[in-house]
Design a protein around this ligand. Sequence first.
Ligand code: 15L
Length: 263
Amino acid sequence: MKTVLITGATGDVGTHLARELAGKYKLRLSDRRPLKAKNFVKADISKMADCLRITKGVDAIIHLGGYSVEGPWEGILQANIIGCYNMFEAARRNGVKRIVFPTSNHATGFYRRDEKIDHRVYPRPDSRYGVSKVFGEALGRLYADKYGMEFLMVRIGNVHPFPLDKRRLSIWISPRDIAQLVSIGIDRADLKFEVVYGVSGNKRSWYDNSNAHRLGYRPQDDSEPYAAEILGAEAGQPKDPVAERYQGGTFCADEYDAPIPPE
Ligand code: 15L
């Protein structure tokens, strides 16, 4: 059984994956926040020594650790830029070849909702957070080309047991579908560097996810059964026209240009 490290294990996605993947892999869970679990190791990924310690002896890494929404630049810098570099570099030094990096729909959030994009589009980040995800994708490309490491870049929509709103009808991914996609990233033999969208088989998807399908992804869920109720509940609600135009939603709107309070 492969030993797999999950960073950011106390977060939403980490919690879903730890549950879905338990039994399939020997999991090592890590975060800077505490977690009551026997297989938990506390670590701050902005410190290289911590990254070297947690990556020792694992077969693969699911690197979720860091900011998962827009935030102050200093926080994004430490967690998502320095933290991501530390993790990939620690993996390289410890001989860990395989990394699944959950990037985000916010790496391409400034594509319009009336466009269908595939894995080859140039990034259009909608936030400092989105830029940090593009950094992770680029760093992974470098480590794949230069050091022969292997990456699955998953531009995740929104992981939740059900879609939360109209926007998420297009980008939702169920816990079992994200687990399937991540497992492909861990187990597929001939993976070098691939970008896929982390979405279920949603009828309203904004993505051509043929690259994920080529790699063997067969989503089991679709947001469509939730659509009527969600659209009915949102009908007549005031909407920000900018947020409505772009895939990144409110991340693209003016409110995110306002100064963000310090951590
Ligand atoms: C993300 O990238 C975030 O990690 C998640 O918390 C949600 O905000 C999601 O995108 C989304 O766009 O709904």
